[in-house]
Design a binder for this molecule. Structure first.
Ligand SMILES: [Fe+2]
Ligand SMILES: [Fe+2]
Length: 494
């Protein structure tokens, strides 16, 4: 039947056009604009405006934006949390564009910009003024009038087709933030309790169903994808008594967040999350006296402890509700202490390569274990030191690409690290700096003043902020043990 066909004169879309949905085109175009803006910012920072590279980057920026404007009429680039939206479509972050996105995000934020609106007929000359002013203003000290001054400069420079607006620090946004914090907290607590249920059943020899755990992992993945900061912040909860369960949940959160940065799909993240949550399930078959023993283990006890990887594989065979046999989970349980040079345990007879999932979980596991207080580790090692050690010491047996993903996630100073600043304020790292070039300058919540007063809701400061002479307002002098200052990091993240 041909009656329903569009009129003969309508050109049928080519295969390529059919495959390219408007949303996908927007995503692609939006990404190109951000990358072009990044290139222009970088070149203009390095060279004078007459330089051919600068000129070429401005040509490129103008034409990429024009191409998108031809179909969209107006271009709205909006920042929300860690995300960039172009005309309400969220751009996808990948490892290949992560650096450029973060740089643009950081630059706009330093200027106080939340939204950039570009109209049709935007000219190359206007782009040049905009990019130059961004460079000037992003290096100025924080000042509430910064954005107004920038707007004035743009108007004076004859920029009529582009406007900038402040990040809406509106009440609903902070309310949204509060809400997402609440949701994150609930997810965390629920994950701990369902993990506890399963592990305790296994310990008592009952068969356990993982259905609820599956749901908990799904919400962990969903939240890492939509609001990473809230959930990762919660991993600072390291409950001494509940170590086994909080550890599993923390390893799950870190693994999923790292997997996301390494470009895994959502389905792969579910799989990885389940494997991570159950990486130590074999410990539920290790007697409590051995697990909780203070002081050194005897050789026999150590042997039992080292059996937990393959005991984990056996346990996973016995769990209900997994759907199919959880091969990946079994591999992770088996391999997570092997180390990439196979010097760990269980010993491998033949040469083998650890699976990527095992490498991710091993890295998350190593980090969480070293930074927690446990029976045989009364003082946890400071997080920045743990990262450095995992990065530098080959004997830790970590894959450096994976460690890099963890460092990118946490910053060199992970969330919750207690730091002393050159202003003699004591602070807790609140989030990694969105600009990857500023990994050593995180956002810090001031929790204690130079006079020693403790602040419950101290301000969050960006250590990348400079004064008018270009020097930094605040710099970390050293990392310290929060207990020395009577500070409990988890108070500030819950
Ligand atoms: Fe383990
Ligand atoms: Fe572990």
């Amino acid at each position: 039947m041909t009656g329903g066909r569009p009129s003969q004169s309508t050109k049928r879309p080519t295969m390529a056009e059919t495959l390219q949905s408007p949303e996908r085109l927007l995503r692609q175009g939006g990404r190109d604009v951000i990358i072009a803006l990044y290139t222009a910012l970088r070149s203009l920072k390095l060279y004078p405006v007459e330089n051919t590279q600068v000129q070429r980057s401005l040509d490129d920026l103008t034409s990429t934006a024009a191409a998108l404007l031809a179909s969209e009429q107006e271009l709205e680039i909006r920042l929300a949390g860690d995300f960039v939206f172009v005309n309400s479509t969220r751009l996808r972050l990948g490892l290949d564009n992560y650096a450029s996105f973060s740089h643009v995000l950081g630059t706009l934020r330093q200027c106080g910009i939340g939204t950039v609106r570009v109209g049709e007929h935007m000219e190359r000359r206007e782009w040049q003024v905009f990019v130059s002013q961004l460079l000037v203003f992003s290096h100025r000290a924080a000042d509430p009038n910064k954005l107004a001054e920038l707007q004035q400069k743009l108007a004076q420079g004859g920029v009529g087709h582009l406007t900038v607006e402040a990040a809406s620090e509106s009440e609903d946004e902070s309310e949204d933030q509060e809400k997402s914090k609440e949701v994150a907290k609930r997810t965390y607590e629920r994950s701990v309790s369902v993990t506890k249920e399963v592990i305790n059943s296994v310990r008592m020899g009952r068969s356990a169903s993982v259905k609820k755990v599956k749901r908990a992992v799904q919400s962990i993945v969903d939240q890492v994808l939509s609001n990473e900061v809230s959930l990762v912040g919660l991993t600072t909860i390291r409950d001494y008594d509940e170590y086994t369960f909080t550890h599993s949940v923390n390893v799950c959160i870190f693994s999923v967040a790292m997997g996301r940065r390494l470009g895994l799909t959502k389905l792969q993240l579910y799989d990885l999350g389940m494997a991570a949550l159950f990486h130590d399930v074999g410990k539920s078959r290790v007697p409590m006296e051995v697990l909780g023993k203070e002081g050194a283990l005897t050789e026999d006890e150590w042997r039992i402890m080292q059996a937990h990887p393959w005991l984990g594989v056996l346990t996973l065979f016995g769990l209900r509700g997994y759907g199919e046999i959880p091969y990946r989970g079994m591999i992770v349980a088996y391999e997570h202490h092997m180390k990439i040079d196979l010097t760990g345990y269980p010993k491998s007879i033949r040469p083998r390569q650890m699976s990527v999932y095992s490498k991710i979980v091993a890295c998350a596991d190593g980090f969480d274990a070293a930074t927690s207080r446990r029976v045989y580790q009364t003082t946890p090692i400071q997080p920045d030191q743990v990262l450095r050690e995992m990065w530098e010491n080959p004997r830790r047996g970590q894959d450096r690409v994976i460690v890099k993903a963890l460092i990118n996630l946490l910053g060199i100073y992970p969330v919750g690290t207690c730091v002393i600043l050159d202003t003699y304020d004591v602070g807790l790292v609140h989030a990694a700096n969105p600009d990857p070039e500023q990994l050593h300058r995180p956002l810090v919540r001031i929790v204690s003043t130079p006079e020693g007063g403790t602040l419950q809701q101290g301000p969050v400061v960006d250590l990348a902020t400079t004064r008018s002479d270009g020097t930094f307002e605040r710099t970390i002098i050293k990392v310290t043990d929060p207990a020395k200052y009577g500070i409990n990091p988890s108070d500030y993240f819950v």
